[in-house]
Write a protein that binds this ligand. Sequence first.
Ligand code: TGC
Ligand code: FAD
Length: 394
Amino acid sequence: MAVRTDLFESPDYYQLDELLSEEHLMVRKAVRDYVKKEISPIIEDYAQRAEFPTQIIKQLGDMGCFGPTVPVEYGGGGLDYISYGIMMQELERGDSGVRSTASVQGSLVMFPIYAYGSEAQKKKYLPKLASGEWLGCFGLTEPDHGSDPSSMLTNIKDAGDHYILNGAKMWISNSPFAQLAVVWAKNESGEIVGVIVERGMEGFSTPTTHGKWSLRASATGELVFDNVKVPKENILPNVKGLKGPLGCLSKARYGIAWGALGAAMDCYDTALRYSKERMQFGKPIGAFQLQQKKLAEMVTEITKAQLMVWRLGVLMNEGRATPAQISMAKRNSCEIAAQITRDARQMLGGMGITGEYSVMRHMMNLESVITYEGTHDIHLLITGMDITGFNAFK
Ligand code: TGC
Ligand code: FAD
């Protein structure tokens, strides 16, 4: 397949760049340049082959995309939440799977070790994860328990000088290539605890999930625990209960709120460019009202979502963002991005179904993004519960 030149320019209809600091703009430029140079030229081929580009693990580490908000002393970037959001936006502008790799490593693996881990765990794992020397994954979802993780069956039992872990996790991003997994399991008292499981532990395997039509350049697999002997020092000592994994999900969902917007921006930019070049009935298709309607609605929704994630970033920086606010932004960005990818695909006509353009890959990826980290309907119910005080889950 011909290498596509990445001409992306980001829409900024309300001069929102003025809300960003010099540091934010530098971060954006660095990650955007990286995506143009290293991701856009190769990602379509990897997606077509359903292959994970393993070289990005080290590259993302070198770029500081793993754990950007983790303090520098543990190998993180010590940056604020807007910088983190911008990184996720730029990575997902390239491909949702690339952003997924960074979200999982930073928010779902490094964050729990940083927030709930012992000092020894932080020193042992965080620098290796930040640099990309090691890749991690996060095991919460099970074959029979997705939206309702509190019903999980995976269990961990005290066996004297070690623990014994049994159970299975499904749909786990990065699992086939991960050196370690942060796994959530129930102890004998039925409390959910976090445990670090390393590749090579006897009874631990990570079968790959095949046949995905979405996130094809991201590796997904299972985590299977068959009487795995886990050292006592691998338990995350500072959290118990579902709030442990949900606290990690808050960080990752925040990143997705920015990330999905990146995919939307890429599709809008592609469709706008195409509409000016593609001639039909003797005119550029962008001169037809129906196509202008699609483009005008795209840029309106992108602008509204940009304002929302920026404000959420300010609240995150101040430690004031609530889980329900994060749910609203994750849901909104996924919704508008999914719609924009579909409209952009139509605007490209037949070319829209080929890998010559990024839109159909984004469109298919968004089907995962709108599902993982809490489905579209689950986030709506979280908003519903927050505003009414009634819990529709129970
Ligand atoms: P519920 O009783 O509401 O809450 C249990 C405890 O958790 C607290 N809590 C949170 N804490 C921090 N952050 C949040 N976002 C929180 N949400 C709730 C809550 O206050 C309570 O604390 P405490 O002290 O009272 O115990 O729990 P529930 O069992 O009723 O479930 C609620 C529900 C349905 C909203 C929740 O379970 C949920 O979010 N379900 C969706 C599951 C999900 O998002 N799974 C994601 C798996 S990981 C993934 O998809 C990674 S994709 C990675 C990639 O490739 O990018
Ligand atoms: P279900 O929970 O079975 O839901 C099925 C449908 O029922 C959905 O439409 C849902 O909205 C609806 N539903 C469920 N409950 C309710 C309710 N109370 N009211 C109304 N509707 C309801 N998980 C991890 O732990 N780690 C990962 O790294 C990870 N990576 C993933 C990567 C990919 C590519 C995918 C697709 C998933 C990944 N997941 C991961 C799992 C993901 O989080 C779950 O798929 C998601 O939470 C939904 O769970 P489920 O698939 O079991 O669907």
